[in-house]
Design a protein around this ligand. Structure first.
Ligand code: ADP
Ligand code: ASP
Ligand code: MG
Length: 412
């Protein structure tokens, strides 16, 4: 029998009525002949609430204890989900991450999945039950509970789909699918029929919070068909899949906005071999994830270096660069915590020219100043002032006609 994994996000299980509606989706799949594994997130804003509870007692809660606490949000959802299914006449059993041996490393709050024991789930499915699994959590080799990072239930779902060789992983959420940009900010954003793993990886890591980056990565590595769709409407959503040649015909597929960023710069560092290595080794020791590294030689003797981090890593990053400052003979450190990044993404950029000019032109017309620019083969990103970021996203979305379906947009 074919297996399907259905993941319901926090908004889709926020109250009893919504859990029942989600359960109806599950029952529909059972009636179509599937064995169904449900993954659920914590209800509504429960994870934020638990974080606030922790901080009220300890402004810097130990990460092991924080994970122990946060994992309870998802456990509530899946036991309630199983109860709802029972009440609707279907046998169901819920599991925590630990109970299905979702093994992770010990990086609390951002653990990575190492392996899953699918045997227990298969046994329950084969006995005719619907299995509900708590998302976002696992267990390390010392039986400590770990969590996978904010938004991590998506990863649980895709990893389970891979381990169970599921036909499809459906991600049910509060939007119609993956849109050209965040519909909360650009009202005209339209749903895409499909998007390549690579474009979605870029969009997710650049702020499109609709699906978590690691879930897309896992889907790409294990060939999991991911279908992001509405938990309210019946229509199909967006399929994330391998690139097909037609995708290159679309110049820009989507635009993103990423807030909660900070920029760290080191001014007048000695321009000698090994200094960048020293700085980034120190940041790695502090477990800081960096992006958009820019180094510019300003003379034969000196260079400037800057990079972007998540604001939650700012304290650790500041400490790390201060420790290495003298070693690399850096004159000063500058930090901006009032920035955001807007980006355009599309595999079509590989073969079309003029994308940069069009993006910068739209920003110039709206009088948005660009702090720094970085590019990859399939994206262009601009750091801008945080208070201009939403306007920036709106004007670039309009410039690339992201309110129209791909085939109706002009190519230049
Ligand atoms: P869930 O609770 O279902 O996991 P999330 O809040 O994590 O839901 O993700 C859904 C939200 O992602 C949407 O409400 C939307 O505002 C936001 N979002 C950001 N970028 C996009 C995009 N490109 N397409 C669709 N939604 C997006
Ligand atoms: N509940 C967790 C969060 O809010 C995980 C998730 O929703 O995917 O980040
Ligand atoms: Mg989510």
């Amino acid at each position: 029998m074919a297996i399907i994994v259905q993941k319901f996000g926090g908004t889709s299980v926020a109250d009893a009525k919504k859990i029942r509606r989600a359960a109806e989706r599950v029952i529909k799949a059972v009636k179509s002949g599937y064995q169904v594994v449900v993954v659920a997130s914590a209800r509504g804003k429960q994870t934020d609430k638990l974080i606030a509870d922790a901080r009220e007692l300890n402004p810097n809660p130990p990460s092991r204890e924080l994970d122990q606490l946060l994992s309870t949000g998802e456990i509530q959802s899946v036991s309630l989900f199983a109860m709802a299914l029972e009440a609707m006449g279907y046998e169901a059993i819920s599991f925590t991450g630990g109970q299905i041996r979702m093994m992770t490393n010990s990086d609390f709050t951002k653990a990575r999945i190492k392996s899953i024991d699918a045997k227990r789930i298969h046994k329950e499915l084969d006995s005719g039950k619907i299995v509900t699994v708590a998302g976002f959590q696992g267990i390390d080799e010392n039986e400590n509970i770990t969590t996978l990072g904010r938004g991590g239930s998506d990863t649980t779902a895709v990893a389970l789909a891979a381990a169970l060789k599921a036909e499809e992983c459906e991600i049910y959420t509060d939007v119609d699918g993956i849109c050209t940009t965040d519909p909360r900010i650009f009202k005209g954003a339209v749903k895409m029929e499909q998007i390549s793993y690579d474009e979605m990886l870029e969009m997710a890591s650049l702020g499109a919070g609709v699906i978590y980056t690691r879930a897309v990565e896992c889907g790409k590595n294990h060939n999991v068909k991911i279908h992001v769709r509405s938990s309210i409407k019946e229509e199909e959503g967006t399929i994330i899949t391998h690139e097909v040649p037609q995708m290159e015909g679309v110049v820009v597929s989507g635009a993103t906005i990423q807030e909660d960023l900070a920029k760290v710069g080191l001014v007048n560092v000695d321009n000698v071999p090994g200094n960048a290595a020293k700085i980034f080794a120190r940041l790695a020791d502090a477990k800081v994830v960096v992006s958009d590294i820019v180094q510019t030689e300003i003379s034969a003797e000196k260079a400037n270096l800057s990079f972007i981090i998540g604001i939650s890593d700012l304290v650790a990053a500041r400490k790390a660069v201060e420790q290495v400052k003298n070693e690399v003979n850096c004159e000063s450190i500058f930090i901006r915590d009032d920035i955001a990044e807007v980006s355009v993404v599309g595999v079509g950029m590989r073969t079309h020219y003029g994308v940069a000019g069009r993006m910068f032109g739209a920003l110039a017309k709206a009088k948005v100043n660009i702090d720094s620019i970085t590019t990859s083969e399939i994206r262009i990103s601009c750091v801008v002032d945080k208070d201009q970021a939403e306007k920036a996203l709106q004007v670039i979305s309009a410039a690339f006609e992201l309110d129209k379906p791909a085939e109706q947009r002009s190519k230049s």
